[in-house]
Write a protein that binds this ligand. Structure first.
Ligand code: NAI
Ligand code: MG
Length: 480
């Protein structure tokens, strides 16, 4: 079935600028209906070996010889080209991952934005000169790692390609990308767009396949020099262990249990959309989803009532209907979320959204639980579905204690007009990002992003990512 206007053959890997047929395939289905969509390649060790060799050749060839300015120009061209394909990319993503069209559209625009940002940044990362002993001139050089591995999840393929591959290419690395088996199609389309925009062969290679096969082959490959991973904590542990064996740096972005803290003096009209959207965006399948809403007792009932009203109005249906919430990615992910709803049987459901379809997709009702004890599994574990818990608190000290009580630390937000409280909590929250009187799930190309604790380590986005995707060489020249 022709899936795209991109003329990409199905079940092929992108290796050295050429689409190479896969030896085996994996069926792909539409999460909105459960019906078959296409097939993708089931990559092997040999495919990964070929991709790594192609990346090395690119570094030894045209890509490695290119100036930062020229790399930047190519990345900028890729960003512009993505913008011209935003509608096609959105439709493809919608069908492949079940994302409502408007949300898929935002991802495609973000992909373009990353390439514009990193295209502009490529020639603005500099070393420094260091005062040293008499007779010396000392300076530092920022250099690419070499071949970088990128294993990405299914929830935001386009955004994560942008932030990871975009930054790695800007610094002059050559990339091998293994998209998630449930969401490869926009990655493949992007590969073609990048080639058409002039990216030299081998600078970006894409091998699709299973985590246990192509993923393991890539993350343990002895010729990759840096590994970037976004996904589950358990797979992150395996990735880091493989990186340890090869003694290479690794960036892990592993999700969270991100809280929003709502104080009695908060502007609730401003807060309400952020409180709900940050939980149900992409059906809650967001690493930076806000799944815990901590509310001070003075406004607790009001917030519970208003969020419940918003939940009852949430409409769930096929991605192409572009409602508030689409299906989950897979039957497996639905089973995980349903098991959490079962664990919440002892809790109070404040409100649920409405499923407006009989289609055999992977739908779950958006669910808001109230008065959830802070140590309950629903308040501690990442659910990765459209489920939020409301937790009341008495004062700032208790709010902070609850907020910092999970093993994660990715994003937090504070809703209060008290400037001192804003500053105190911004410092005290254990979190890679803190928002004050707003919440940014996924957005913010310019903003360094990453976790503490089990949310991972390393920073992506912004200029900070460029330091992570490069290594520093010190040159000490004695000239007398
Ligand atoms: P996963 O972490 O297993 O998959 C993410 C990527 O890693 C995919 O490309 C997969 O093929 C690859 N992978 C899997 N096992 C691998 C291995 N041993 N070596 C190398 N690569 C491997 O996540 P999964 O199973 O799709 O989802 C399970 C749970 O993980 C979700 O319910 C959610 O809680 C969490 N998750 C978090 C994400 C985030 O953005 N932080 C994204 C996706 C999942
Ligand atoms: Mg799919």
């Amino acid at each position: 079935m022709p899936l795209t206007p991109f003329n990409i053959p199905t079940a092929h890997h992108l290796i050295g600028g050429t689409w190479t047929p896969a030896n085996a395939t994996i069926p792909v289905s539409d999460p909105s209906t459960g019906s078959p969509l296409t097939t993708i390649g089931r990559g092997t060790q040999a495919d990964i070996d070929a991709a790594v060799t192609a990346a090395k050749n690119a570094l030894d060839g045209a890509w490695g010889a290119m100036t930062a300015l020229d790399r930047g120009r190519i990345l900028t061209r890729i960003g512009k080209a993505v913008l011209t394909h935003v509608d096609a990319l959105s439709e493809l993503e919608s069908r492949d991952v079940g994302k409502p069209l408007t949300q898929a559209h935002a991802d495609a625009v973000a992909l373009a934005r990353y390439f514009e940002f990193y295209g502009g940044a490529a020639d603005k990362i500099t070393g420094e000169t260091i005062p040293y002993q008499a007779g010396y001139t000392v300076y530092t050089l920022r250099e690419p790692h070499g071949v970088t591995g990128h294993i990405i999840p299914w929830n935001y393929p386009m955004q994560i390609i942008g932030r990871s591959v975009g930054a790695a290419l800007a610094m002059g690395n050559a990339c091998v990308l293994k998209p998630a088996e449930d969401a490869c199609l926009t990655a493949m389309a992007f590969g073609q767009i990048a080639i058409d925009a002039g990216l030299p062969a081998g600078a970006l290679n894409i091998v699709t396949g299973l985590g246990a096969e192509a993923g393991v082959a890539l993350s343990s490959h002895h010729e990759i020099a840096h590994m970037s991973f976004t996904g589950s904590v358990s797979t992150g542990e395996v990735i880091q262990a493989a990186a340890a064996k090869n003694v290479i740096p690794v960036t892990l972005e592993l999700g969270g249990k991100s809280p929003q803290l709502v104080f009695d003096d908060a502007d609730l009209d401003q807060a309400l959309p952020f409180l709900v959207n940050a939980g149900i965006q992409n059906a809650g399948q967001t690493c930076s989803a806000s799944s815990r809403i901590l509310v001070q007792r003075g406004v607790y009932k009001k917030v519970c009532d208003r969020m419940s009203e918003a939940y009852r109005a949430l409409k769930v249906g096929p991605a192409t209907d572009d409602l508030n919430v689409g299906p989950l990615i897979s039957a497996g992910q639905k089973a995980i979320v349903m098991s959490f709803l079962a664990k919440g049987a002892d809790l109070t459901i404040a409100a649920q959204g409405q499923i407006l379809t009989d289609a055999a997709g992977h739908y779950v009702p958006p669910t808001l639980f109230s008065d959830v004890p802070p140590d309950h599994p629903l308040a501690q574990d990442e659910i990765f579905g459209p489920v939020q818990v409301l937790i009341p608190f008495k004062d700032e000290a208790e709010a902070l204690r609850i907020a910092n009580s999970t093993k994660f630390g990715l994003v937090a937000s504070v809703w209060t007009m008290d400037g001192g409280r804003q500053m105190r909590l911004a410092k005290a929250l254990k979190s890679g990002q803190v928002f004050i009187n707003n919440y940014g799930a996924g957005g913010g190309v310019e903003l360094p992003f990453g976790g503490v604790g089990k949310s991972g380590h390393g920073r992506e986005k912004g200029f900070e990512a460029l330091y992570g995707f490069s290594t520093l060489k010190t040159v000490a020249a004695w000239h007398g």
